[in-house]
Design a protein around this ligand. Structure first.
Ligand code: SF4
Ligand code: FE
Length: 485
């Protein structure tokens, strides 16, 4: 084993060793590593480890630690150039192509990069020691190749009120006690990708804050099995198919989307060595913006990888159904590629336009990263619409694999599901189920709200658009001279 790089099997063994508190459908889960509801998410993360060892992907998925010079998995790296940012996008596309699903490691990775820079800035201004503390933690993450989630979104309660104005202060995660050896936190984080199959959580505040919100300005790491930490796993479209079906799951190995959970912090203790912000409300905006930029940069990578697989499934289905040569089908397939590659262009552009922060690490261009993600909220829906258009209504009416295998009606299902004579009906069923999973329900909502809602991106675009500069350009062209007021 190379220090800093593990394989998927080691990750699965680690999951067996920890005992986090996880609930799903009223059941306390004993092992996410083997439970069928969680297995696809575990498989997807395991692949982020195994692909880094594969000769054809090694260059994309590994790099060198700037702290130790050791070879590490890309998901524990701190970006130090625009080339690093571009590499991340390409790696995410490659992983998306192989999983056809979310592989979850990016969120914690983006949190590492954001916290790295903000702890440095806080120390510069306040003389604190957060950055060194964080470097110690980062070295451990890199040495262990640790999968950590990034936990930002609070439940938020009444959205018209700030954290300190809420009737129930727990609607935003906050510090309830400061001790000599650490802090005690209470609240929750919602929609946390990979929360149930990570080994720990990097927790960040979710919105810009004022002095009255200082108790809510808290950032820390906590292992997944810390006392008081409770995970409640979310339902997904057709998730009951995970128990007892294979073909009907569509993507049986990696699932249709990442696994998200509500993570409750019921008075969880965090030692000081893992606290990276505590009360510095004036740095929360930077932390949120840098994390959001890093995560929004990703979406023209992973989602384009998924789209490659979806376009392939749609093309293959058109062949099976005898429509692949029809000009309107070809036109729609071309449109799908055009939309997907447009998203890829966006992610590459924001990466190439990235720049160094005071800590020395690189961040993608925030305006372009937000444009990338806002486009994902539209283009992925359009790609899905075109896939469903080409697939036909059978996408919604296909009999189950159980009826296809039934001794009484199976022969009819098989006969009437056949397309072109040379291809078995099973092939058509498998393609339809894959397309169904990738274009319905939870998978699409992830493209809308993952990495923040469209409105969150519009707020960032509004802030970064440089309106006065645009106005001056127009005034110059129109020969308008501003009169002194
Ligand atoms: Fe990574 Fe994409 Fe999943 Fe976000 S949605 S965690 S960027 S694979
Ligand atoms: Fe996401």
């Amino acid at each position: 084993m190379i220090m800093g790089m593990i394989r998927g099997d080691e990750y699965r063994e680690r999951l067996q060793r920890v005992k986090p508190e996880i609930y799903y459908l009223g059941e306390k889960i004993e092992s996410v590593a083997t439970h069928p509801a969680f297995l696809p998410h575990v498989n997807a993360v395991a692949l982020t480890y195994d692909m880094a060892w594969a000769p054809e992907f090694e260059e994309l998925l590994t790099t060198k630690s700037h702290l130790t010079g050791e070879k590490i998995n890309i998901f524990t790296h701190i970006h130090h150039s625009t080339a690093d940012l571009v590499q991340k996008v390409k790696a995410l596309r490659a992983l998306g192509q192989q999983t056809g699903s979310c592989f979850a490691r990016c969120v914690g990775h983006d949190a590492l990069n954001a916290i790295y820079s903000v702890t440095y800035d806080m120390d510069q201004k306040n003389g604190t020691e957060y950055h060194q503390r964080f470097l110690n933690f980062l070295k451990e993450v890199q040495a262990k190749d640790l999968f950590i989630s990034g936990a930002m979104t609070d439940p938020k309660g009444d959205r018209s009120l700030s954290p300190s104005e809420q009737a129930d202060p727990d609607q935003y995660l906050h510090v309830v006690e400061k001790r000599r050896d650490g802090i005690v936190v209470r609240g929750a984080k919602a929609h946390i990708t990979g929360a149930v199959n990570a080994l720990g959580h990097l927790v960040m505040p979710t919105t810009s804050m004022k002095e009255a919100d200082a108790d809510f300005a808290v950032c820390f790491y906590v292992p997944v099995d810390a006392p008081g930490l409770i995970h409640i796993f979310g339902r997904q479209t057709n998730d009951e198919r995970k128990c007892g079906c294979l073909i009907d799951q569509g993507n049986v190995e990696y699932g249709i989307v990442g696994g998200e959970a509500l993570v409750v912090f019921d008075d969880v203790f965090v030692p000081w060595e893992h606290v990276f912000m505590c009360g510095e409300y004036d740095f929360v905006f930077e932390l949120v913006e840098r994390f959001a930029t890093a995560h929004r940069q990703n979406y023209g990578g992973c989602k384009v990888g998924l789209s490659d697989a979806l376009i392939g499934a749609t093309y293959a289905l058109a062949e099976v159904q005898g429509t692949a040569k029809a000009s309107h089908i070809r036109d729609k397939l071309v449109e799908m590629v055009h939309l997907a590659e447009t998203l890829y262009c966006c992610s590459l552009a924001c990466s190439c336009q990235g720049y160094a922060l005071p800590a020395g690490n690189f961040m993608a261009d925030p305006l372009l990263a937000n444009v990338t993600k806002l486009n994902v909220t539209r283009h992925i829906y359009e790609i899905a619409r075109l896939a469903q258009d080409i697939a036909g209504g059978i996408l919604a009416t296909l009999p189950s694999e159980i009826d296809w295998q039934d001794s009484r009606v199976g022969k009819y299902v098989d006969k009437y599901l056949k397309g072109v004579a040379s291809v078995p009906a099973e092939t058509r069923m498998r393609l339809l189920r894959l397309i169904e999973g990738m274009t319905c329900g939870t998978a699409l909502v992830e493209s809308m709200h993952g990495a923040g809602s469209p409105q969150a991106q519009k707020i960032m675009i509004m802030r970064r658009a440089n309106w006065e500069h645009k106005k001056r350009l127009a005034q110059k062209l129109a020969k308008i001279r501003e009169r002194p007021k």
